[in-house]
Write a protein of this length. Structure first.
Lengths: 123, 107
């Protein structure tokens, strides 16, 4: 059974840092693209960034709103995906979801979502 | 960035109704679109991917169609468990973006 379990959320002051983790199980972690997606309280969904799979050396992409502040990485030995968040702003307050993707046709689509971890940026 | 415009943003319907939600992309995205259902306090659930392919385990009353810039999600006969918020997402280019959501409520 595929499982994605996020952790590491909490309350942080503006300008602070936080590292989120996503522990994956039930599949070969290195074979899948992985995304981070966030949802501010009562708002819509926002794509944060991506880690490609092993074939593409786990290269990354980011939304403009987080580029230069957030970094996505993996530890394949621990089946874990990370989101290092620096320079946090109040507008980064959201539930952060770890998402698995699969390849279909010529595109990658999501199939499994974690329940998310809440990050609150406030003084 | 590709803008996805969902309509309506809110709809009120009865059990048994046929419901259609539209997602329009600001530029062509082929079939690189998915639909999600989200209930309060839960993660989104994938309903449809590649515009028209139903995810395994999703009831057959959910269907997707469209390509290019206009897409639809249809629920053929609304059931009590279908009252939720629905989102579209494109996978064509970076950054990926989502539609603003359609909240389906009981009439």
């Amino acid at each position: 059974e595929v499982q994605l379990v996020e952790s590491g959320g909490g309350l942080v002051q503006p300008g602070g840092s936080l590292r989120l983790s996503c522990e994956a199980s039930g599949f070969t972690f290195s074979d899948h693209y992985m995304d981070w997606v966030r949802q501010a309280p009562g708002k819509g969904l926002e794509w944060v960034g991506r880690s490609r799979h092993k074939v593409y050396s786990y290269t990354t992409e980011y939304a403009a709103s987080v580029k230069g502040r957030f970094t996505i990485s993996r530890d394949v030995s621990k089946n874990s995906l990370y989101l290092q968040m620096n320079g946090l702003r109040p507008e980064d307050t959201a539930v952060y979801h770890c998402v698995r993707l699969f390849f279909h046709g010529s595109d990658y689509f999501t199939d499994y979502w974690g329940q998310g971890t809440l990050v609150t940026v406030s003084s | 960035d590709i803008l996805l415009t969902q309509s309506p943003s809110f709809l009120s319907a009865s059990v048994g109704d046929r419901v259609t939600i539209t997602c329009r992309a600001s530029q062509g995205i082929g079939s690189a679109l998915a639909w999600y259902q989200q209930k309060p306090g839960q993660a989104p659930k994938v309903l449809i991917y590649a515009a028209s392919t139903t995810q395994s385990g999703v009831p057959l009353r959910f269907g997707g169609s469209g390509s290019g810039t206009e897409f639809t999600l249809t629920i053929s006969s609304l059931q009590p468990e279908d009252f939720a918020t629905y989102f579209c997402q494109h996978f064509n280019t970076y950054p990926l973006t989502f539609g603003g959501g359609t909240k389906v409520e009981i009439k």
